[in-house]
Design a protein around this ligand. Sequence first.
Ligand code: AP5
Length: 191
Amino acid sequence: MLNIVIFGPPGSGKGTQSENLIKKYELEHISTGDLLRHEIETNTQLGALAKKHMDKGELVPDEVIIGMIDSFLDKNIGKVKGVIFDGFPRTVAQAEALKSLLSSYKTDVSVMLNLEVPDAELLTRLIERGKTSGRSDDNEETIKKRISVYNAQTKPVIDFYKKDGKLANIKGVGAIDAIFAEICKAVDAVK
Ligand code: AP5
């Protein structure tokens, strides 16, 4: 299987580049952020819990997220060529859980694409997106909180994949197509 983790701070282009990857490599996509927003829209208990954290720019508890990934893998492994994990893992505990879940299916992460974008650019992109996105976390105060949560809790995941020999750093600034070309080089190197 070709299993890709697309990683980076809020607004780094994970969702945008996932769309390109899905088309080119015919992979199944899981975005934990999209799944959580769907739970909120459909007024589930999980959605209510997630909303409390997301509106403050905080992470949703690991056990909730890992449970979602577990049931996604259960439904999809064996039926798909590979998976793009978008917005997951976001803590070292999530990265460890993913490794262990995938190993129970005799597979692993193939590559972790780390999109590198300066904070000022992230803020500009997300404030702009907030004008039309309708996302309750796309306002200046919550965006700043999301970036600081990323730096404190999520950035250490980079080291996890570095030690595992799976890290590919990608410069995430510039034209979307040019960034995608760099992404493809990293993916083709592990295919
Ligand atoms: P999530 O939905 O994952 O949001 P995020 O990580 O904050 O990322 P975004 O969707 O805002 O940005 P992106 O990197 O996908 O960039 P995009 O392509 O959209 O998570 C939301 C919340 O859910 C979290 O805060 C947390 O509470 C919770 N959550 C989710 N997963 C979790 C987990 N695993 N554990 C715990 N909690 C979890 O691009 C952004 C903008 O920039 C767009 O407007 C785009 O058009 C533009 N853009 C993209 N590329 C470029 C470029 N090259 N140049 C200029 N503009 C660009």
